[in-house]
Write a protein that binds this ligand. Structure first.
Ligand code: SAH
Ligand code: SF4
Length: 387
């Protein structure tokens, strides 16, 4: 028998089938899931209530990969960014955003985690760091799931190191004293990569993160952000789970949008908005438009009217996000006056509008930037070593 896949890419049913084939009693699966998703152990030997023979079998059959933390930016109570190294050496980012008035959900949000779905991105939006060096590969389901577990593991370790300074609330007991408590109750799929281009792995991972035996995160607390893959938006509308959808619009006319997002040539606004309409009709009011404000590109008042029309048609709200400067790219964030003028004009047309005061701007919060910087540092380091 050889390792075929990672244990954390397995659904309840898949594990059940395997355990039945191994003639294991049902409670063994419950014990295994507890080790994986409640205690979040990182090796088979830690699963002390499973017989050694079963542990050996599991080890031969499945991998149990965990990402290594390479770099972390940010401190307690502010946005924190994690750079992970995967088993093949690839680097990805996750961003932990602490309790704040919710961006996508209810006002009681506690901790939101922004996760990556690919290494790099093939969509090449002109303003984005993730796409700068192209697409390397899709993340597997377990690599998506592990971002949540690894941040929670890190949180438990922090808390054990300094229990009095804990900012998290224990969702299971309310005491804050249980070491295995869950930290993350909101997920945004807005890290590196285009989630809907890794559709099957994403759906599998979200199924696991949503399941009561897995991550226990409500589907309505999970927001998937897409640059606008119209066919996959329709497919997502037909899924049983009620995920929220965020569409990265960034331009309310084809002319402006195509200039900064090549994907708009494939799926222009007419096609994208029809797919969003379909999503909206199936799921109710669950669409948000993301609109980065970039100086002299899409921040003119001419964009406000078509943006309002689209938002009204789809019953969507609009999140305005001041652009985060990316090293090596020419784009700039508009002045606060321009940002506020745009937001006010949109609100005046009756659109629910938020202007995000970007947390963590100073730590390269826009995903993809920490990885880019680290990869460039590594290349520079390798070049120095060669000289
Ligand atoms: N590929 C998906 C999800 C990842 S990008 C998408 O495009 O929606 C997540 C969000 O970050 C998108 O809205 C994207 O446009 C935005 N983004 C990318 N670079 C940014 C930057 N430098 N400043 C602000 N937002 C940025
Ligand atoms: Fe890819 Fe999204 Fe960045 Fe565009 S904005 S390059 S789709 S990660």
């Amino acid at each position: 028998m050889r390792v075929t896949c990672d244990i954390k890419s397995q659904t309840f049913e898949e594990l059940q089938t395997q355990f039945q084939a191994w003639e294991q009693p049902t409670y063994r699966e419950t014990q295994l899931l507890d080790w994986l998703y409640v205690r979040r152990v990182t090796n088979w030997d830690a699963m002390t209530n499973l017989p050694k023979a079963l542990r050996d079998r599991l080890r031969q059959h499945y991998s149990l990969n965990v990402p290594q933390l390479v770099r972390k930016q940010g401190s307690r109570d502010v946005t924190q960014k994690f750079l992970w190294q995967l088993s093949d050496g690839a680097l990805i980012e996750s961003v932990l955003i602490p309790a704040s008035p919710a961006l996508y959900g209810e006002p009681s949000d506690r901790h939101t985690l922004c996760v990556s779905t690919q290494v790099g991105c093939a969509y090449g939006c002109k303003f984005c760091a993730s796409g700068l060096e192209g697409w390397k590969r899709n993340l597997s389901a377990d690599e998506i799931v592990e971002q949540v577990l690894a941040v929670e593991r890190w949180h438990v370790a922090q808390r054990e190191a300094s229990p009095l300074a804990d900012g998290g609330v224990d969702s299971e007991s309310g005491s804050g004293a249980v070491p295995h408590s869950r930290l993350i109750n909101n997920l945004v799929i807005m890290g590196m990569g285009e989630p809907l281009a890794n559709y099957d792995h994403l759906m599998k991972a979200l199924g696991i993160l949503n399941a009561p035996w897995g991550g226990g995160i409500g589907a309505r607390k999970i927001t998937i952000s897409t640059s606008g893959l119209a066919p996959q938006i329709r497919k997502l509308a037909d899924e049983p789970l009620q995920f929220r959808l965020a569409v990265s619009l960034h331009g309310a006319t084809d002319e402006v949008r195509s200039r900064i997002m090549p994907v708009n040539r494939k799926y222009p606004l007419s096609e994208l908005s029809a797919a969003c309409e379909y999503y909206q009709s199936k799921k109710g009011r669950m669409i948000t438009f993301e609109y980065i404000l970039i100086a002299d590109v899409n921040d003119s008042l001419e964009q406000v009217k078509p943006l309002a029309e689209l938002a009204h048609r789809l019953n969507a709200k609009v999140n305005l996000i001041p652009y985060n400067k990316v090293e090596g790219l020419p784009w700039q964030r508009p002045s606060e006056m321009v940002q506020e003028r745009f937001a006010a004009a949109l609100s005046k047309l009756g659109v629910t509008t938020t202007l995000r005061r970007e947390k963590g701007h100073d730590i390269d919060a826009a995903c993809g930037q920490l990885r880019l910087k680290t990869e460039r540092d590594r290349l520079a380091g390798a070049a120095l070593a060669r000289d």
